[in-house]
Design a protein around this ligand. Sequence first.
Ligand SMILES: Nc1ncnc2c1ncn2[C@@H]1O[C@H](COP(=O)(O)OP(=O)(O)OP(=O)(O)O)[C@@H](O)[C@H]1O
Ligand SMILES: [Mg+2]
Length: 228
Amino acid sequence: MAIVRLDKVSKVYGKNKLKVHAVTDVSFEVQEGEFLAIVGPSGSGKTTLLNLIGGIDRPSKGKVYIEDQDITLLSKARRSDLRLKRIGFIFQEYNLIPVLTAVENIELGLLLLGIDKAERRERVNKIIKDVGILELANRRPKEMSGGQQQRVAVARAMVTKPAVILADEPTANLDSNTGISILRLMQEMNHRENITFIFSTHDPMVMEMASRVIILRDGRIESEEKRD
Ligand SMILES: Nc1ncnc2c1ncn2[C@@H]1O[C@H](COP(=O)(O)OP(=O)(O)OP(=O)(O)O)[C@@H](O)[C@H]1O
Ligand SMILES: [Mg+2]
């Protein structure tokens, strides 16, 4: 079973003369355990595509399947439920909740899923060690560097054990060494937990780390490259 499948997906923003064809006729499958990069110039449709896969947005045409479920047919409420349970997100701007500590940010999804306190504690304690932020557990986002915040965001995305983690330019706001270390962390989690990652990037160094690269141009797949 493919974790993600897109079947002739298109997204058009606006109407009439202001129409923007952001994504056009894109089809591909992502298998469990892939570490897939989506690359392409600014405006090529990377964010739009990730938003369609994550059910944040709906395609104008075509189908998006997550674990064989057609998410284009789901109501908004069902899509947010699916996101909570099966999809993790990592953002360029980290998007942690400012008033919560690192641990509280990570725990939030588990609370929303109704997981009991003992299991929440166990999972959070494990993941903060895995991502190397044990000593930052009680800090708030503004008391952490960008790289540290992104580690918290990786932990937050992982802790609910999603089927796939979507990351839109997760290293764009980091210096290149920190960016590489975040990608290494994602790669380690991908290997160790067999979690599927789909991330977009501009950075050739980051692209090198992918197991497969899909290159977008003007909203279409221009080419695809399989590694090792
Ligand atoms: N909400 C929107 N309304 C109208 N047009 C949009 C909207 N969002 C994106 N677009 C347009 O769709 C196209 C694809 O945008 P998208 O943000 O997906 O590109 P991107 O590859 O993520 O670019 P970047 O590398 O700059 O982040 C662009 O032409 C953009 O201007
Ligand atoms: Mg983008």
